[in-house]
Ligand binder design. Sequence first.
Ligand code: ZN
Length: 165
Amino acid sequence: MLHKAVDVALALVLILMFGDLRELYQEVILDHGKNPRNFGTLENYSHTAEGSNPMCGDQLTVYVKVDEDNKIEDVSFEAKGCAISIASASIMSEIVKGKTIDEVDSLFSYFHKLCTGEETQQTNHVEEDIEKLKVMSGVNQFPSRIKCATMSWHAVDSAIKSENA
Ligand code: ZN
């Protein structure tokens, strides 16, 4: 149960970092980690890809249904791993649904910057999406956990860019 101990430690540090936002952020991560949205396989998916993070033992498969307008009509994932990886995949699935491939690309690069602590420019993303992504941004203090948070985004990105339609 090393994962559990590490997640509790991470949650404690997040509490110290985020001040007033701490409870909200912690609640959101725990909620998505326990009750991941869009979990399971997808019937009639057009694209799929796998992601793994051997450092932490996280594994995931994403299924995406892209329509003829290059929009993500539906998305789901199956995963096992730490709470951070599950929560991030769950949040990712909520955000990318209904987005175009280009929008996902741009959201992923924004999220990647958040997680690695790079400067993020003013974006034209929906405020609601940005708020959801910021929930995971505490991982930028933990280089070893960045992959946990970004793995699902890497997977969905390589799925929609693949030719397995
Ligand atoms: Zn992990």
